[in-house]
Write a protein that binds this ligand. Structure first.
Ligand SMILES: Cc1cc2nc3c(=O)[nH]c(=O)nc-3n(C[C@H](O)[C@H](O)[C@H](O)COP(=O)(O)OP(=O)(O)OC[C@H]3O[C@@H](n4cnc5c(N)ncnc54)[C@H](O)[C@@H]3O)c2cc1C
Length: 535
């Protein structure tokens, strides 16, 4: 086993490509002004505006954006850096905080494994990654060694101590981190930036698309009476899927058999005292609840399955957990369509965001799909790669990412050991698993390394190897304690004290989270909670 299980390190992206490839595009129309619309506009603008391509974003004045989606993966950092937008500019504007990873609380009932942290791992973690994987593999094979992931990663330490993952200047190691942010404010911020950079904006409600003889979209018509043409139409209309679904009738692959959750209810709450640098995901009776810290409030929500729980019961359970049973703070109820379209790029239409598909928000991956779909599309455009074969390669790549991510999310449910409700029992008993996932579980149960399998299969297109070790170990998928034996000297070769010391010494180089945010965060305003319900 190598020490470089995790080999991503962070370096800002270099900016737009200078290749002067001829572009078969003169005019791009993006329909939809949610996070997907504006992120896509900025990514396309960075590459295409200077080459004379006109980009216009149309947004309905009557259809609000979804307004949730407050956690990210570390890849969002690349999005802002690639656009040359500093944290000091966007984070205060969006009430953003740093995120070291996610705590999963109450998903497993196995003693000692009731809670674990899925960290964003960095190069720094290669100092302890070998030890983690070694111990995990020894424990799967019956050795009584420490194998809970929480003792092995710097990001876990930082989150536990409520430190920011931003080292003091004297410390040379960068730590991967994501963000939490207010989705409404992020949308407004990105809107401002895109318009400032030359994206045109039009408030209008698209009523229909007209197809040409080749079946591609020739134009869209608006309620205001306009007919708008373009070479490329980007569908960012959210779950409505106005172009990719309604106009082009692109088939949709539902993940409802793998992932049961199809609804959510959200309620904000005040934040005082220290600011956590993590999302907490707590298992509830029929799903799970998120708790996301912003500088101005907590975002809370319960993601559940309507097969097992009514919206009213879900709201009551969430309110109870927040101590809000008597409170008149409004709740927002949302429906979710889980799955993906078969073709994210279909004829002259690119679907980005909820219109292309959605995997429930357990690991906060949706913005990453937006970013990657738009960025990979730009690579094809820059090469002038527009043929049928290009469509196929593009769609395969995006689909692999969806499937790999789905399998990782499914694993949270499949490995749960709760027995308190039919919801959890049905999840544990669910046999709708991909072949890759079945193979991974059988390797694990046989005490073998899962690393080569993850790397070779589509399953690895969603999450890196260390994340798979973290989830399986974090959920306590090991022999029962009474079946463990004393470790051999080789199995016991790593000292947990040394690992603790190493991580302790490293983590003092990171400042308190609130302190780190203080220099960039605005003061909390009383309007902050109201803003949440702005739409
Ligand atoms: C419960 C929940 C929690 C989530 N949590 C996370 C998370 O933690 N992290 C994460 O990354 N993602 C999360 N997401 C996903 C995230 O919210 C979305 O991916 C993101 O907000 C992008 O949405 P969107 O822009 O595709 O759609 P929307 O925000 O719905 O925007 C749709 C846009 O299309 C426009 N539109 C619609 N119809 C028309 C029309 N006819 N004419 C013109 N314009 C039209 C609307 O006006 C709007 O501007 C979550 C989603 C849900 C449901």
């Amino acid at each position: 086993m190598t020490a470089t299980l995790f080999n991503y390190t962070y370096s800002p992206t270099t900016g737009r490509s200078s290749s002067p490839a001829p572009l078969p595009l003169r005019r791009v129309v993006i329909v939809g002004g949610g996070t997907a619309g504006w992120m896509t506009a900025l990514i396309l603008a960075r590459s295409l505006l200077d080459r004379g391509v006109e980009i216009t974003l149309l947004e309905s004045p009557s259809v609000p954006i979804i307004g949730v989606g407050e956690g990210s993966t570390p890849w969002l950092r690349g999005f802002f850096d690639g656009l040359g937008i500093e944290e000091a500019e966007w984070m205060p504007a969006c009430h953003a905080t740093y995120k070291c990873g996610i705590t999963f609380d109450g998903w497993s009932t196995k003693p000692g494994f009731e809670r674990y942290f899925h960290p964003f791992a960095s190069m720094l973690d290669n100092l302890t990654m070998t030890q983690f994987v070694h111990n995990v593999e020894a424990r799967i094979n019956g050795a009584n060694v420490h194998a809970h992931p929480d003792r092995f990663f710097i990001a876990t330490r930082l989150a536990a101590a409520r430190r920011a993952p931003k080292p003091r200047e004297s410390f040379p190691f960068d730590v991967w981190h994501g963000y939490h942010f207010d989705a409404m404010l992020l949308g407004q911020f990105l809107h401002g930036k895109a318009v400032e950079r030359g994206v045109r904006y039009k408030s209008c409600h698209v009523t229909h698309a007209t197809l040409g003889a080749d079946g591609a979209i020739a134009s869209v018509g608006t309620q205001e009476g306009e007919t708008i043409t373009a070479d490329l139409f980007v569908d960012c209309t959210g779950f409505a899927g106005l172009l990719i679904d309604k106009a082009l009738k692109t088939p949709f692959v539902s993940f409802a058999n793998n992932l049961f959750n199809d609804a959510a209810v959200a309620i904000p709450s005040p934040i005082d005292g220290p600011i956590p640098a993590e999302t907490v995901s707590t298992a509830f009776k029929h799903g799970w609840a998120w708790k996301i810290p912003l500088t101005s409030r907590y975002g809370n929500g319960y993601v559940y399955s309507t097969q097992f729980c009514s919206p009213d019961a879900a709201e009551t359970e969430l309110r109870e957990s927040l101590g809000f049973l008597e409170s008149d703070v409004q709740a927002r109820h949302l429906k979710m369509r889980i799955g993906r379209v078969t073709k994210h790029w279909n004829k002259n239409c690119l679907a980005v965001g909820l219109s292309q598909g959605f995997i429930e928000p357990l690991e906060a991956t949706a913005l990453l799909f937006i970013q990657q779909t738009a960025a990979v599309f730009v690579q094809f455009v820059e090469k002038g790669d527009f043929g049928e074969d290009a469509h196929d390669r593009f769609n395969r790549q995006v689909n692999d990412h969806f499937e790999g991510t789905r399998d990782y999310i499914v694993t949270h449910y499949k490995t749960n050991t709760r027995e308190d409700t039919e919801y959890w029992r049905a999840n544990a008993a669910n046999l709708n698993l991909s072949d890759g996932l079945k193979k991974l579980y059988s390797l694990w149960m046989a005490g073998k390394s899962i690393a080569p399998g993850v790397r070779q299969q589509a399953i690895g297109k969603g999450y890196p190897v260390f994340s798979w070790y973290s989830i399986m170990a974090g959920m306590g998928i090991f022999p029962d304690p009474q079946d463990l034996r004393p470790p051999t000297p080789r199995e016991a070769r790593y000292s947990m004290d040394e690992i603790d010391n190493l991580l302790e010494r490293s983590s003092v180089n990171y400042p308190d989270h609130r302190e780190a945010l203080h220099s960039i965060a605005p003061r909390r305003t009383d309007a902050a909670l109201q803003l949440y319900f702005w739409m």
